[in-house]
Design a protein around this ligand. Structure first.
Ligand code: NAD
Length: 241
């Protein structure tokens, strides 16, 4: 029986690339989205060899995350891989950052992942198997000007990854994080050329990453049965531990 993956925020960007990667491997794919979902996307995944459905849910809402997991389980019978990809930015300098700007980034990026793990873990515990991959960021490791909220959410995700990995390890469930550097998506499109050129100076490989780089690493981590609690930087050498 094909395995099932849930990818949050998968209607575009990195989430979409991850969902397409799992489609190629013949997975059942639950494409979570918050706004709209292009109809052709599910068709594309089915043509690649997957079996895809779209489920609308705002992952920052505890009950919506619960229904998302329940619907996936009902449709496909298992939840084998959970990819917490949904994320937002709302940049501002700390001196100007409004309380709402801080809260909404934490609610989506950090609480959203908690909501999903909280509801997926009973299913995975029952199965005695599963893989959780959280999409963090190098910003959670080294910080970034204007991103106190985002950096806190992505650093929080790393702590959550390690604690979850420890709690679920004996039951055959892994939990890892990937920390992308600068990847060409809508999230980074908005940055000025000056900012982009400045960033390039700090990337030893001399170019930005693409979504496929992240998708392949996520799939690799989902398959491994002995890697857990790790953070994999995918950043062209930007951050070296
Ligand atoms: P994107 O803006 O293209 O996609 C983010 C997706 O998340 C969108 O589809 C959006 O609708 C969805 N989303 C937002 N809030 C949601 C919610 N409450 N519930 C459900 N879905 C929600 O951005 P992207 O660049 O593809 O980023 C994907 C992930 O990768 C994010 O977590 C981001 O922080 C992380 N990341 C991106 C980069 C980069 O350079 N692009 C670098 C490091 C980390």
């Amino acid at each position: 029986m094909p395995k099932t993956v849930i990818v949050t925020g998968a209607s575009k960007g990195i989430g979409k690339a991850i969902a397409l990667e799992f489609a190629q491997k013949g997975y059942n794919i639950v494409v979570n989205y918050r706004g709209g979902l292009p109809v052709e996307l599910l068709e594309e995944m089915n043509q690649l060899g997957g079996s895809a459905i779209g489920i609308k849910a705002d992952v920052s809402k505890f009950d919506e995350a619960k229904s998302l997991i329940e619907s996936a389980k009902e449709k496909f019978g298992s939840v084998d891989v959970l990819v917490n990809n949904a994320g937002i930015t709302c940049d501002n300098l700390i001196l100007r950052m409004k309380e709402e700007e801080f809260d909404k980034v934490i609610e989506t990026n950090l609480k959203g992942a908690f909501n999903m793990i909280r509801h997926a873990s009973p299913v995975m515990l029952k199965q005695k198997s599963g893989a959780i991959i959280n999409i963090s960021s190098v910003v959670g490791l080294i910080g970034n000007i204007g991103q106190v909220n985002y950096a806190a959410s992505k650093a929080g995700l790393i702590g959550m990854t390690k604690a979850t990995a420890r709690e679920l390890a004996t039951r055959g469930i892994t939990c890892n994080a990937v920390a992308p550097g600068f990847i060409d998506t809508d999230m980074t499109k908005v940055l000025s050329d000056t900012v982009k050129n400045k960033m390039l100076e700090n990337i030893p490989m001399g170019h930005f990453g693409n979504m496929k780089d992240i998708a392949e690493a996520v799939y690799f981590l989902s398959e491994s049965r002995y890697i857990t609690g790790q953070v994999l930087n995918i950043d062209g050498g930007m951050v070296m531990n």
